[in-house]
Design a protein around this ligand. Sequence first.
Ligand SMILES: Cc1cc2nc3c(=O)[nH]c(=O)nc-3n(C[C@H](O)[C@H](O)[C@H](O)COP(=O)(O)OP(=O)(O)OC[C@H]3O[C@@H](n4cnc5c(N)ncnc54)[C@H](O)[C@@H]3O)c2cc1C
Length: 486
Amino acid sequence: MMDTADPRGPIGASSGDGLDEAIFQKLRTNFRGELIRSRDDGYDAARAVFNAMIDRRPALIARCSGVADVVAAVTFARENDMNVAVRGGGHSVPGYAVVDGGIVIDLFPMKGVWVDPEARTVRAQAGLLQGELDRETQMFGLAVTGGRVSNTGIAGLTLGGGSGWLERKLGFAVDNLLSADVVTADGRFVRASEEENEDLFWGLKGGGGNFGIVTSFEYRLHPVGPIILGGMLMYPAEQARDVIRFYRDFIETAPDELGGGCAFVTAPPEPFVPDPVQGTQVLAVVVSYAGPIEEGEKAIQPLKESLPPALDMVQPIPYTALQSMIDAGNPSGMQNYWKAGFLDELPDEAIDVFVEHAMKVTSPLTSVLLLPMGGAIRRVADEATPLGLREAVFNFHAISMWADPMMDPERHIRWAKGLTEAMQPWTSERTYLNFIGDEGEERVRTAYEPEKYRKLVALKDRYDPTNMFRLNQNIKPGARSSAAPA
Ligand SMILES: Cc1cc2nc3c(=O)[nH]c(=O)nc-3n(C[C@H](O)[C@H](O)[C@H](O)COP(=O)(O)OP(=O)(O)OC[C@H]3O[C@@H](n4cnc5c(N)ncnc54)[C@H](O)[C@@H]3O)c2cc1C
């Protein structure tokens, strides 16, 4: 809770968290939201992030109630030379939302959302989680591509690109971004769109949180649901090779409305899973059909006829149910190590290698996704966004997840690295930065085409020359980057 009395000791003293009391009080008089320090109730909950491997202790968590708080927090951080983390939903696997000793500028309370059903647009504040945004837009039978787990933050997700079940029909989230409000490192408020600050707008469409703090996003919406055809077809893992081969050819000519992918998972102990299947590894074909239900049923018929699933759970369901269908398999508070890669092609040999590795997962919580690209993703001009690889055929994602921090983490990490290395012959140099951990400066650079990376560095020089926003998939300012001429 925000304090009203002053239990924090005399002005001028430091309180043990390194914050000078007088300076802190100055911020407090100019801040409407909650300011949380290490001695406050709720500190541990407020610093926890999705990945339990990350355990950092910020000096201050500034929970912003609005844009003015964001400006105040940025100004405070700059004037006091503090390390900054920006937090949306706290889902980044490298834990970029929290920093040791510095300030977390936390947008969690900023949950305003305004749908314009006539114009089919929505303005959404940056503290919203995916499920919260979907809930409001679905009231009008509208949606934008969003993350596959409902408690992922829309902010980090969108700034990294925004991949979701609807992407073959609607493109990535950034392909539907109309504008964004941003607080820059020097504390200015700017709007970025095709009409204003269009260079910044371009950079936000995949350049991550490098250029400022986005306080709200405006998206184009599309008719989706509220009931759609969705769910999973489950196959024994032994059939995975045949299913993936069929799926690869089938999805190539399938309508854009058909999204989803193939996922190796351990069947959960849920009543809808037959007893003998529970706890065994299965291949799930996820189905999401963003169109009329009967057309969706026709579209998946060839798959079901050629390869009858052991368990057919595809049915008309609320779009919001599809959007939370894999929530239970992705609980917060687990240990996580993630790798990913865009595949330029998926020949039979690559499928064999993929399946062989996927079947050796080291934890029942681990899943491996093979997400089909194509459709609307491919129709967006490559230069329209920093994101590369619109020609890729699949994006694979190795989600190594385990519960016990003491249980040989290296084994789980080795497995994810092993799968990625084995897939190297078919993997592009580019990658989807939202799906990986912190792999260093060089990895960020190669995620973008060289010309785009140069443009991003120039933007960084312009909007954040001191690299205040560095706790992210970081694009360093020109003078600091190893890309800079000696
Ligand atoms: C279970 C799970 C499922 C996922 N599913 C998908 C998926 O389907 N599709 C997909 O594309 N990604 C997915 N992701 C990845 C996810 O999009 C990224 O981890 C993303 O960074 C999460 O955003 P966040 O706001 O929750 O994270 P945070 O950890 O809060 O932030 C992530 C990064 O964005 C920056 N940032 C956050 N908010 C702002 C802001 N307002 N302004 C500027 N910078 C900001 C942070 O500083 C940080 O660098 C998933 C992640 C998890 C853990």
